[in-house]
Design a protein around this ligand. Structure first.
Ligand SMILES: [Zn+2]
Length: 257
């Protein structure tokens, strides 16, 4: 491995040689390789980790190309996870990459137990509840991200330390989709970059408070909202992992990543 690749991070006081070496021992699972997930995948591959696991059931469409920065015209109709894996190998061959061309559901929840951090690049609440239950069960931190129109949000969930996704969301609801509401080209990458910064801080054991950050990339506004642990939370308090049950196995096409 040529450490010169990481020289600018090693020069940085917030990272340095010791922390860079720590990052190069970390594994990250990225669930959903769309606007936020593909941008995050590229940046994890550049900043340097040991292993990336990618999962997405979708193929690349021309409507994705305004914002999904790992893909181009030659990639149309190819699987996102497989294509992203090939791009990552090109960017940084030192990273071990594994991919799954399928939906993340309860059958795949075990993957969260094999990594140091999970990055959410999905666009629906049901998958996020599955991620949340799996990460709480295995004690693995995850980064929630969401982007639509001209804004987005992100939050770290660190089991045992911060509030979780179920602390402030009770049931899955239908969210507005990028297909209907639209999404500005730049927004998923903006949210993903903040999310990756947060992921790096979690992986390096920086202090994390579990706040939700809202960014409007067109209005240039950033807001932070503290989210306290819910002491009657079904997931992180009661350990009732309903989203890891049979109902959420093999759901394949009913879940859009
Ligand atoms: Zn909770």
């Amino acid at each position: 491995m040529d450490m010169a690749r990481y020289a600018r991070q090693i020069a940085l006081k917030q990272i340095g040689k010791e922390n860079q070496e720590k990052l190069l021992e970390k594994s990250v699972l990225i669930i959903g390789l769309g606007g936020t997930g593909s941008a995050a995948a590229e940046m994890f591959s550049r900043l340097g980790v040991k292993k990336l696991i990618l999962i997405d059931r979708d193929k690349i469409e021309i409507t994705n190309l305004n914002r999904q920065i790992l893909y181009g015209m030659d990639d149309l109709k190819k699987y996102k996870a497989e294509t992203a894996a090939a791009k990552i190998r090109e960017i940084n061959p030192d990273i071990d990459v594994e991919f799954y061309n399928r939906a993340f559901d309860a059958d795949m929840a075990y993957l969260t137990g094999t990594v140091d951090l999970v990055f959410d690049g999905t666009d629906n609440m049901t998958t996020r509840f599955i991620i949340n239950d799996a990460c709480d069960k295995y004690g693995i931190p995850w980064i929630f991200t969401s982007a639509i129109e001209t804004y987005g949000e992100f939050k770290a969930v660190v089991p045992g330390k911060t509030s979780c996704y179920a602390c402030f969301n009770r049931d899955p609801a239908d969210l507005p989709s990028c297909e209907v509401s639209g999404v500005m080209s730049t927004i998923p990458a903006i949210i993903a970059m903040y999310g990756v910064n947060l992921a790096v801080k979690v992986l390096l054991n920086y202090e994390i408070d579990g706040s939700m950050y809202f960014i409007d990339g067109f209005a240039f506004e950033i807001n932070r909202i503290g989210i306290e642990k819910n002491m009657s939370c079904r997931c992180c308090h009661d350990k009732n992992y309903v989203y890891l049950g049979r109902e959420y196995s093999g759901i394949g096409k009913s879940i859009l990543l």
